[in-house]
Ligand binder design. Structure first.
Ligand code: IPE
Ligand code: IPE
Ligand code: MG
Length: 245
């Protein structure tokens, strides 16, 4: 499987909606939180898989703006899990030369989460391989609104004129400023929706939605997703004949 991947045509940026933890747990008659705990192995596999292949950016949707509306005990359990996972995974990140970053409303996270994140970001800061972005308290609309606020402030302060706001300038004001758009977006669990994830950035992403629940996701699934991506024709509005092969 892995040997069939064309290394000259890798997506630079893969984004993943890690979905299906609750259903995975329910299938075995366990509480939803059990599914979240068993999701860490999949996170490790996809991170290592991307790092080994030479993918530059991996964004994992771990907690959405809307996920704050879940029952309090589930939100609390997810935050606790986050703290322990970051602490426990620093070695894996270092071993794989992975640099950690975040996108989202990080200030809304509990103080211990923020502390662990800041520490892990600092420790992995010099790594030069894959950049792993955790989307936490993130949503596409939040991102677009934040960018709009920053742009409005820049115009107010005379740093920018409204006419100067083009796609490049707007892009730079998003949480992903400076990072290429994901060419491939994977959503597990068979659900066919975007759920407010990277609305601007996914404009031309290839979507891959396998019927596997996130805790069961392994490197082989990542390879399948990339192979599917490599078989697609990305036309960006043009016709086939216009594309340079
Ligand atoms: C994804 O799994 C994890 C988070 C949203 C934090 P879910 O918890 O959404 O699992 P399902 O979709 O209910 O199965
Ligand atoms: C999307 O999954 C958010 C994350 C995976 C973090 P959800 O399970 O929250 O999405 P919906 O509610 O099914 O759309
Ligand atoms: Mg879900």
């Amino acid at each position: 499987m892995k040997e069939h991947i064309d290394s000259s045509n890798l997506p630079q940026h893969i984004a993943v909606i890690m979905d299906g933890n609750g259903r995975w747990a329910k299938r075995q008659g366990a509480a939803r939180v059990f599914g979240h705990r068993n999701a860490i192995k999949a996170v490790r596999e996809v991170t290592e898989g991307c790092a080994e292949l030479g993918v530059k950016y991996l964004t994992l949707y771990a907690f959405s703006t809307e996920n704050w509306n879940r029952p309090k005990f589930e939100v609390d359990a997810l935050m606790t899990l986050l703290v322990h996972t970051i602490r426990g995974e620093i070695k894996t990140l270092m071993d794989n030369n992975v640099r950690l970053g975040t996108i989202g409303n990080i200030n809304s996270l509990p103080a211990d989460c923020r502390r662990e994140l800041t520490e892990a970001i600092r420790e992995t800061n010099q790594n030069t391989g894959l950049t792993l972005l955790l989307a936490l308290s993130y949503s596409g609309r939040w991102d677009i609104l934040e960018a709009t606020r920053k742009l409005a402030a820049d115009v107010r302060d005379g740093k920018l004129t409204p006419e100067q706001i083009d796609e490049t300038v707007f892009d730079q004001h998003l949480a992903t400023g400076g990072i290429p758009d994901p060419e491939l977006m994977i959503r597990t669990s068979g659900e066919m929706r975007i759920s407010n994830f990277m609305l601007w950035q996914l404009a031309y992403a290839e979507l891959y939605m396998p019927d596997v629940l996130w805790p069961d996701f392994r490197k082989a699934h990542l390879y399948e997703a990339i192979l599917s991506y490599q078989q697609r024709e990305r036309r960006f509005g043009k016709i086939s004949e216009q594309l340079v092969k």
